[in-house]
Design a protein around this ligand. Structure first.
Ligand code: FES
Length: 437
């Protein structure tokens, strides 16, 4: 059995051929540990949105890789801190709730040490026991440490466990335009997360199956045929003067042809990021609600509104941690748990100043496509499980990604390819290899 470790870079390189990936990247514990350190411990990871911590003391807990963190609005009401969610005493996780308000204090449930919202140690019970024993209450070790770097782009909060590496703007690169478009679609120029919860979807598979599938345009017309065929048949039997249910608008594009997805195209970016579409996408034929159009034109004027609404990207991936569908205001977050377990969270956003029908469509999309009980997501999961099980059993050695190999075109730091090209996968693995080695 191959030995994968820091001091064996050649073994790590041997996992990625130009057009195929070795099964060990999905099944070996030591590879998962290296990913947590070298990818999730280096990259900027999406943590949450500023609207989730609107007031002083508001907090949200999540993880960066396997490291538990708290995103909290400082008591000064201005700063957003991202702290490691562990006690400086013996390391217990301090805050278990998914979100809430700290009233300025986090209290460890074990021995009662308390912390301020900037992570500094505030108090310990019976403090005399710590006097003149060489204990420094001001030392960072005894607080809840801030992660190495925290940054925001238009309200989206990212954090990195690494003090070095590109700054957030450079890391996001062209993916800033996807975030811009999501925010610009709001007549008031701002978005907010709806509610305090999301769809949490447990995937008993390696996290990379999800990021790969985002841009895999060869599967929708096969894996989702049951649902999209049913919608097509339903529309065919409708009387000409009968409008289809709004659900049909959401599901029908998942039965698009190979030509349609080819035309949509794929753009690969540095750091493993990428997106489909640009000119057309699965959202191209969504109706534009007249009251929404009116609100947009009042806010931006006709020309700028047209520019914003014709920006048709699909599934913008900010590798490795989140994917943004700006057109439908949905953000999905990747939370790796172990080598064969991943949580996918789907958060929905409201466009400020938009009429309620826009949020209704966002929620409809999330329910039909992203939720664990949806009509599309479980199809994908079933396929991931089939590959995971094959890889674990050793039934397959190499996972293929040859389609349209060598036919991509370089355009500065971008790589362009036809939509059904496996370039969508190769771009992620080029970044993976760079991080890992
Ligand atoms: Fe937190 Fe002891 S582990 S107070």
């Amino acid at each position: 059995m191959q030995n994968y470790s820091y001091n064996n870079p050649e073994a790590l390189k041997s996992l990625i051929d130009p057009a195929r990936v070795h099964r060990d990247v999905y099944v070996r514990e030591e590879i998962f540990k290296l990913e947590m350190e070298r990818i999730w411990g280096q990259a900027w990871i999406y943590v949450g949105h500023e609207s989730q911590v609107r007031s002083a003391g508001d907090y949200l807990t999540t993880t960066i890789g396997l490291t538990p963190v708290i995103m909290v609005r400082d008591m000064n009401g201005r700063d957003i801190n991202v702290l490691v969610n562990r006690c400086g005493h013996r390391g217990a996780q301090v805050c278990e709730a998914r979100n809430g308000r700290a009233d300025g204090i986090f209290k460890c449930p074990y021995h009662g040490w308390t912390y301020r919202t900037d992570g500094a140690l505030r108090s310990q019970p019976s403090p005399a026991g710590y006097r003149d024993v060489g204990f420094d209450a001001g030392a960072t070790d005894f607080g809840m440490p801030r992660v190495a770097r925290t940054g925001q782009y238009r309200g989206f909060v990212f954090a990195s466990l690494s003090a070095t590496g590109p700054d957030l703007a450079d890391f996001l690169g062209d993916m800033r335009e996807t975030i811009d478009n999501m925010v610009d679609r709001a007549p008031e120029g701002a978005v907010e997360v709806t509610g305090k919860t999301c769809h949490r979807f447990r995937h008993p598979v390696n996290w990379k199956f999800f990021t790969e599938n985002l841009h895999d345009a060869m599967h929708p017309m096969v894996a989702h045929a049951g649902t999209s065929d049913a919608v097509r048949q339903y529309k065919e039997q409708l009387a000409p003067d009968h409008d289809p249910l709004p659900e049909a608008e959401v599901i029908a594009p998942f039965g698009g042809s190979y030509d349609f997805f080819d035309e949509m195209g794929f753009v690969g970016l540095p750091h493993g990021h990428g997106y489909m579409g640009g000119g057309i996408s699965i959202f191209s034929h969504y109706q534009v609600y007249p009251d929404y159009l009116e609100a947009m034109e009042q806010a931006y004027g006709r020309e700028r509104t047209e520019e914003i609404l014709s920006f048709n990207r699909h599934n913008g991936l900010i590798y490795p941690s989140c994917t943004i569908r700006d057109n439908i205001q949905s953000v999905r977050v990747v939370i790796p748990v172990s080598v064969n377990e991943t949580i996918i969270e789907s958060w929905t956003f409201r466009l400020k100043g938009a009429p309620p029908n826009m949020l209704e469509r966002t929620l409809r999309y999330s329910r039909l496509i992203n939720s664990p009980a949806s009509m599309v997501g479980p199809d994908d999961l079933d396929c991931y499980i089939r590959i995971q099980e094959s890889a674990e059993a050793g039934a397959i050695e190499w996972i293929d990604m040859h389609r349209h190999y060598g036919r991509e075109q370089r355009d500065g730091d971008k790589v362009r390819a036809t939509g059904t090209s496996d370039m969508v996968l190769r771009n992620q693995y080029a970044a993976w290899l760079e991080y890992i080695t």
